[in-house]
Design a binder for this molecule. Structure first.
Ligand SMILES: [Fe+2]
Length: 346
């Protein structure tokens, strides 16, 4: 890789390293903590870049990047190995990925053992995955990437991130082959002894006009009280706790389900591993932007510390007592609002 093994005793500024550090961040304003010798250099490097971000740079971080002992040309060599037929968007993404991953390795002086531990984790996730579960997606969930991409996607589309039609990640337990069910049907096909039955109902509405949307699809899925989705648990009937519904002439949907239960994911980084109790929803209708979201039980103690960083205030709901219904002691009314494709030009 062209690196050498000794650190410089006297700091020398490596322009290529500092440049690669600064330019991807599109610096507008540099705040240097206490070292004037770098101020002019950094402002010079930042000159001409598009001004969207402010960056705090400490002398130590500049020194570390400027004086590292590794081959300053290696990253560019890898990036420039891409062939001329590489699609522009792929080139942009891979250039950024390679640059950030290489900087990550250099900044942290990543060891072979640490890197192999990461490879092992990816391999484990791949080996656990099949056509019914997606553990690779889970790894990105726990470091917040799916939630961040969700925020980027819908913020750029012009939708307020915490609007009533707020979005949330798919998670790894979606199944594309979920069965159609009738409105009012019970999706709890395998009844857990400790389950609390709830009747969930509402309308699918146009986000702006509040007009009911007839024939919209509402797809839901949830874990059982043991914290497992049906594809993880041989004791549950296939397609237990999931279903697809069509809204009626008044845009209404309804079904019986369980009050959701929290469940643990992989425990990493000395964090608690729990997802707060939730129900997954995908709502679609012709001419409207599909909504993928989750709703969260306010009573869950981890509702403010979701291990995959998905909870938004408008997605927190209240199950209330239901009377006169032998099938359920709880009820949840939840209207789903969809944004027309033509509303915001997204
Ligand atoms: Fe989930």
């Amino acid at each position: 890789m062209g690196s050498n093994s000794s650190h410089s005793v006297t700091p020398t500024i490596n322009l290529a390293s500092v440049s690669s550090f600064i330019q991807p961040m599109k610096v507008t304003k540099c705040i240097i903590d206490d070292e004037p010798m770098f101020k002019d250099l950094i402002l010079l490097l930042a000159l001409g870049s598009k001004t969207t971000n402010e960056l705090n740079i400490t002398t130590s971080s500049v020194l570390r990047m400027a004086t590292h002992p590794f081959d300053p040309n290696f990253t560019d060599k890898v990036i420039n190995a891409m062939g001329p037929m590489t699609p522009p968007r792929l080139r942009q993404l891979m250039t950024g990925l390679i640059r950030h991953v290489h900087d990550f390795a250099r900044e942290n002086e990543l060891t072979v053992d640490e890197w192999m531990a990461g490879v092992g984790l990816l391999n484990w996730a791949g080996q656990m995955s099949d056509d019914k579960r997606n553990e690779g997606q889970l790894l990105w969930n726990v470091i917040g990437l799916e939630s961040l991409v969700d925020e980027i996607t819908f913020t750029l589309a012009g939708e307020a991130h915490d609007a009533p039609a707020a979005t949330a990640i798919w998670g790894p337990f979606f199944r594309a082959d979920t069965l159609w069910r009738r409105n009012g049907e019970d999706i709890v096909k395998t009844k857990p002894a400790d389950g609390k039955m709830a009747f969930m109902h509402g309308q699918v509405l146009d986000f702006v006009s509040k007009r009911p949307l007839v024939g919209a699809t509402v797809e839901v899925w949830q874990a059982s009280t043991n914290g497992l989705y049906e594809q993880q648990d041989p004791e549950q009937e296939e397609f237990n706790l999931r279903g697809k519904f069509k809204t009626d002439e008044e845009g209404r949907y309804s079904f019986y389900c369980l009050r959701p239960t929290p469940y643990p994911l992989i425990q990493l980084m000395d964090r608690h591993p729990f997802r707060p109790a939730h129900i997954h929803i995908i709502a679609t209708h012709d001419g409207y932007r599909s909504l993928t979201t989750q709703i969260f039980d306010r009573k869950d103690k981890n509702v403010d510390s979701d291990c995959v960083f998905t909870v938004k205030n408008s997605l927190v709901v209240d199950f209330v007592p239901r009377t006169g219904d032998p099938q359920a002691g709880l009820e949840l009314h939840y209207d789903i609002k969809l944004v027309c494709d033509a509303t915001d030009g997204a």
